[in-house]
Ligand binder design. Structure first.
Ligand SMILES: NC(=O)c1ccc[n+]([C@@H]2O[C@H](COP(=O)([O-])OP(=O)(O)OC[C@H]3O[C@@H](n4cnc5c(N)ncnc54)[C@H](OP(=O)(O)O)[C@@H]3O)[C@@H](O)[C@H]2O)c1
Length: 294
């Protein structure tokens, strides 16, 4: 029997690698769409796996240059995209990558008769729609829903890779946190989320909110990071009004940084607890991160 073919856009990122692995382990033929093939060959900064040996084909493309992705979907049954702008890149906007880059991929998928398009947006997007990164995701979701293609939109809470960022701050000895650290969320490991993503290729669910199995406050996760490193906790809570002022000034001089900062500030204002799934624990992740830097 012919294997079903899936295109994974964003395959070099934290979630993308776990999704490649999960599709490959379930017997799909994976084509990866990436900017840099070399990245697939080595493990990522937050322990995400190397996946070069798991992909059957690689397409080099950039979301900001739609022509580079032309025919990426040729012969493909399912597109999965977690191609997104998560770190500031000078001169590049969320609109270009999250909305228009994915729209170009969708147009290509429609041109080649792809059966289903699975997309990653953000949990609580409706509560943070004023954030440019979030609204760019949802502008693409509107296009996806209007296109007529079968689709699934997955809206996860924070990934363990974001917890890796806190871990690295704890390593430096001093952590800065927007807000009082008391709001609650349930972060999710990439491997647990990847199962939900690949299940979405095989079920009929269309809008999927998802988080990890444990609920913490931000302060609790940060104390856990210090504990895993055997360091005394030193956390400075930056009041939200100071964050707002920093965001305003940043917007005048560095728009890409403002977009990422705006997202961090927005998630610090609300609880982000989504329906729980998975089994991987944050304390184990911090322990593994600790072992990897010894
Ligand atoms: N991290 C979270 O906590 C979280 C929570 C909810 C939703 N999300 C969303 O989930 C998605 C994946 O997140 P992640 O944490 O896995 O992000 P990530 O590790 O930064 O991966 C993003 C992927 O998109 C690719 N990409 C970025 N700009 C591109 C461009 N111009 N052209 C082509 N590819 C491009 C990256 O390629 P390179 O490797 O070349 O940079 C990478 O493969 C994002 O859309 C994010 O907004 C994230």
């Amino acid at each position: 029997m012919n294997k079903r073919k899936v295109l994974v856009a964003g395959a070099s990122g934290y979630l993308g690698r776990y999704v490649v692995k999960e599709f490959a382990e379930r017997g799909y033929a994976v084509r990866a769409l990436v900017r840099n093939r070399e990245k697939l060959a080595s493990k990522g900064a937050n322990l995400e796996p190397a996946v070069l040996d798991l992909v059957e084909e690689i397409i080099i493309g950039d979301a900001t240059e739609p022509a580079s992705m032309k025919d990426a979907c040729k012969g493909i049954d399912i597109v999965f995209s977690c191609m997104g702008l998560t770190k500031p890149q000078q001169g590049v906007t969320s609109e270009q990558v999250d909305h228009l880059g994915n729209k170009a991929l969708l147009d290509d998928a429609l041109a080649h008769g792809v059966g289903k398009f699975i997309y990653i947006s953000v949990f609580n997007a409706d509560k943070m729609i004023e954030v440019e990164m979030v609204s760019a995701h949802e502008r693409f979701v509107d296009d996806l829903k209007a296109s007529g293609i079968d689709y699934a939109v997955i809206r996860p809470t924070a990934f363990f890779s974001d917890m890796g960022m806190f871990f690295n701050m704890a390593r430096s000895g001093h952590m800065f946190l927007f807000g009082d650290g008391a709001n609650r969320f349930n972060p999710i490991h990439g491997a647990d989320l990847a199962k939900v993503c690949v299940d979405a290729a095989e079920n009929e669910k269309r809008d999927i909110d998802v988080g990890g199995p444990e609920i913490f406050t931000y302060d609790e996760t940060n104390l856990m990071a210090f504990e895993a490193l055997g360091k005394n906790p030193w956390i400075t809570h930056v009041p939200l009004w100071v964050g707002d002022a920093v965001l305003f000034v940043t917007g005048l001089i560095n728009k890409p940084l403002q977009s990422v900062l705006g997202f961090a500030l927005s998630v610090s204002r609300i609880d982000n607890v989504a329906p729980a799934t998975g089994k991987r624990k944050l304390a184990d992740f911090f322990r593994e991160m600790g072992a990897s830097v010894k």
